[in-house]
Design a protein around this ligand. Structure first.
Ligand SMILES: *[C@@H]1O[C@H](CO)[C@@H](O)[C@H](O)[C@H]1NC(C)=O
Length: 266
C-alpha cells in the first residue's frame, strides 16, 4: 500500500492554537479505510489511516480518499488532503486452465514436430505472479519420449511418429505454475486415428502339396490366413487368385472371430 497525501489550502500548517487549532478529521466514505485520531503528549491531534477491510488488487488497484481537517474557529476553516492508495499485487490467484480436460484426435504418421494441441492457463495476478510455465506432470512411460510441451507457449508437439497400432490413446497430465509457485493441473487426451499404413500379411497354415492329378474337384489344397493390422475398413481384406488357374478360393466361416481363413480348392 502506498499513500501519498498532499495537503491543500491555508491549513496545510496550522499555526493557530486553542479552539482555533484542528478539532476534528474526517475521511471520505469508503469501504476499506477508517481514521483513528490520536493525540500526542503536547496535545496535538493526528490522524492515522487504518485498513479495516482487506484489499483486492484484482477488483480495485487503487483507492482515492479525501482527508478533511476542521478547526474550531469562527468562521470554521478546513483543509483537505487527497490520498491515493495504490494496491500492490500479491500472488493470491493460482493459474487457471481454460479446460479441465483437453481432447484432440490426430492421424497416425503425423510429421515429427507437428502441433498436436496447445494448452493455456491464465492468472489474474500481474508481473511474475502471472508468468506461467507449463510442464508435464503425469505422463505414461510410452509417451514420455513421444511428446514435447513448450514450457512458455503450452504447445504440445510430437517428437516421433505416432503409431495407432502401438497405442490408440494417450492421457497426459499437464501443470501450469506461476512465478510465485502457485499451480494448476489439467489433462490432455490424445486419440490417434488409424491410417491404412499396414499391408495385409498372408500366411499358409497348411498346404497339401503335391496334389494328385486325380484329386476330385473340391479338394482343399491349402489354408491361408490373412491379417491386416489396420482397423475398420483399412483392416478388411479380400483374397483372389491371379490368372486363370484350375483353383478357386473361398472364405471359410470366421469361427474364431480373429482373422478369416481362406481355402483353396481344386
Ligand atoms: C499509483 O498508480 C498510478 C496509476 O497506475 C500511477 O500513475 C502512480 O505512479 C502510482 N503511484 C505509485 C507511488 O506507485
Amino acid at each position: 500500500i502506498f499513500a501519498a497525501p498532499s495537503m491543500t489550502g491555508a491549513e496545510k500548517s496550522h499555526p493557530d492554537t486553542g479552539i482555533n487549532s484542528v478539532q476534528s478529521y474526517q475521511l471520505s466514505k469508503n469501504p476499506h479505510f477508517t481514521l483513528v485520531v490520536k493525540e500526542s503528549p503536547d496535545g496535538n491531534k493526528y490522524p492515522e489511516l487504518v485498513l479495516e477491510k482487506s484489499l483486492d488488487r484484482e477488483k480495485q488497484n487503487s483507492h482515492h480518499l479525501i482527508l478533511t481537517a476542521v478547526d474550531g474557529g469562527d468562521p470554521v476553516r478546513s483543509g483537505t488532503a487527497h490520498i491515493r492508495v495504490n494496491v500492490t499485487d500479491a500472488n493470491d490467484n493460482p493459474p487457471v486452465f481454460t479446460e479441465e480436460i483437453y481432447k484432440v484426435s490426430v492421424r497416425e504418421n503425423l510429421l515429427r514436430g507437428s502441433l498436436v494441441l496447445q494448452v493455456k492457463a491464465t492468472d489474474q495476478d500481474e508481473g511474475v505472479y502471472a508468468q506461467i510455465t507449463y510442464s508435464f506432470s503425469n505422463v505414461p512411460d510410452n509417451a514420455r519420449t513421444l511428446f514435447y510441451l513448450d514450457p512458455e507457449k503450452g504447445r504440445i508437439t510430437n517428437t516421433r511418429i505416432l503409431d495407432f497400432e502401438d497405442t490408440h490413446k494417450y492421457m497426459l497430465g499437464v501443470e501450469a505454475r506461476d512465478g510465485g509457485g502457485q499451480s494448476a493441473h489439467s489433462k490432455v487426451q490424445i486419440t490417434i486415428l488409424d491410417e491404412n499404413d499396414n499391408a495385409p500379411e498372408v500366411t499358409f497354415t497348411s498346404v497339401n502339396s503335391p496334389v494328385a492329378e486325380d484329386s476330385v474337384p473340391g479338394t482343399v489344397i491349402a489354408l491361408i490366413k490373412v491379417r491386416d493390422q489396420d482397423t475398420g475398413e483399412n483392416g478388411e481384406v479380400t483374397c483372389h487368385i491371379q490368372h486363370k488357374l484350375p483353383f478357386k478360393i473361398a472364405v471359410s466361416s470366421n469361427i474364431l472371430g480373429i482373422s478369416p481363413i481362406f481355402m483353396i480348392f481344386k
